[in-house]
Design a protein around this ligand. Structure first.
Ligand code: ADP
Ligand code: MG
Length: 319
């Protein structure tokens, strides 16, 4: 079973940033209002995510590390209208098969927190307030072949922070902060989505952006567009969400690029944070753990909607 779970883990846990994504999504699913990420040595030594969410009952701590143990879904029908981010019940188990995992958690009605280490046989009492801290130690130390594929700590840390940004931009009501090797690198206070989106675009765009919000509830586009500034836009400032989920989709990216080129007559790169809302029946979100792809029923209609929304907004600000 070790081999099977390590292979499965490869799909979920490609690199430290994939661990970060899963842990952040769990914290959000738990209703957290404040989430803190700490990484050491690019996440290879330690990744820690703390939240002030509902916590895990002491008796369920061991279960949380077990494959297909999810508290989020009861039946196949439920799977089809799943509202939470995680629902496969395999992330923590997969991570625990390639790293040491320690969960410290406390529910609101518990007299104290409990800590469960994947290397220990049972949970023991601990100090802590309501919420959960999941720590992942020495990722891939037992699977050196996998570790070989990782880049430098600096690069892996950058991917981890990018994973945090992607999640944070879609959840402006939740406060997020991040530390890399003890140094605070990100601090998003809870607030309005425009503020959060601007935080994602970067300071360069403080006075050079435009908000859009158009279209019917079944196919609409909202977000912030960076306008050309002295500094060149960077590809890592392109965030696209479909119904709240971060995606990298060629149709969407092409529509935006074409709209920028159409209005600005150049090959200027675009910087943006855009949210597409679409009738869920018209889109197939690939729920493969590591993937961020979507398939649209009518991709031309989506392309048109995005192109026009972005082009009109850029034209209005150029006028
Ligand atoms: P999934 O998210 O798909 O259910 P995971 O393996 O990510 O599966 O998590 C397993 C279970 O552990 C979750 O269903 C949840 O009950 C519990 N859990 C994990 N992280 C947290 C957290 N931060 N707060 C509360 N419960 C959590
Ligand atoms: Mg999960």
């Amino acid at each position: 079973d070790t081999l099977v779970s390590q292979i499965a883990a490869g799909e979920v846990v490609e690199r430290p940033a994939s661990v970060v994504k899963e842990l952040l999504e769990n914290a959000l699913d738990a209703g957290a209002s404040r989430i803190e990420l700490r990484i050491e040595e690019g996440g290879m030594r330690r990744i820690s995510v703390s939240d002030d969410g509902g916590g895990i009952p002491a008796g369920e701590l061991a279960l949380a590390l077990t494959r297909h143990a999810t508290s989020k879904i009861g039946s196949l029908e439920e799977l089809e209208r799943v509202g939470t981010l995680g629902f496969r019940g395999e992330a923590l188990a997969s991570i625990a098969s390639v790293a040491r995992v320690r969960i410290t958690s406390r529910t609101a009605d518990a007299p104290h927190a409990s800590v469960r280490d994947s290397a220990a046989s049972e949970a023991v009492p601990a100090a802590g307030t309501t919420g959960t801290t999941v720590e992942v130690f020495d990722l891939y130390s037992a699977t050196p072949a996998r570790r070989k594929f990782l880049k430098t700590p600096g690069t892996e840390a950058a991917h981890c922070i990018e994973a945090l940004r992607r999640v944070a931009l879609a959840h402006p009501g939740v406060a997020f902060s991040a530390w890399v090797d003890g140094r605070r690198v990100e601090d998003f206070g809870a607030g309005a989505w425009q503020e959060r989106a601007l935080g994602g675009l970067g300071e360069d765009y403080a006075r050079a952006h435009r908000a859009i919000d158009t279209g019917p509830p079944t196919l609409g586009v909202s977000g912030l567009l960076g306008l050309p500034t002295v500094s060149r836009a960077r590809a890592d400032r392109q965030f696209f969400y479909v119904n709240g989920r971060f995606v990298r989709d060629r149709v969407l990216m092409h529509a935006v690029r074409q709209a920028y080129a159409d209005v600005l007559h150049g090959d200027r790169h675009a910087a943006y944070v855009l949210f597409l809302r679409i009738d869920p029946a018209l889109v197939d979100v690939n729920v493969h753990p590591a993937k961020i792809e979507v398939r649209f029923r009518d991709s031309q209609a989506v392309h048109r909607a995005v192109f026009h929304a972005v082009r009109d907004a850029l034209r209005a600000s150029a006028a």
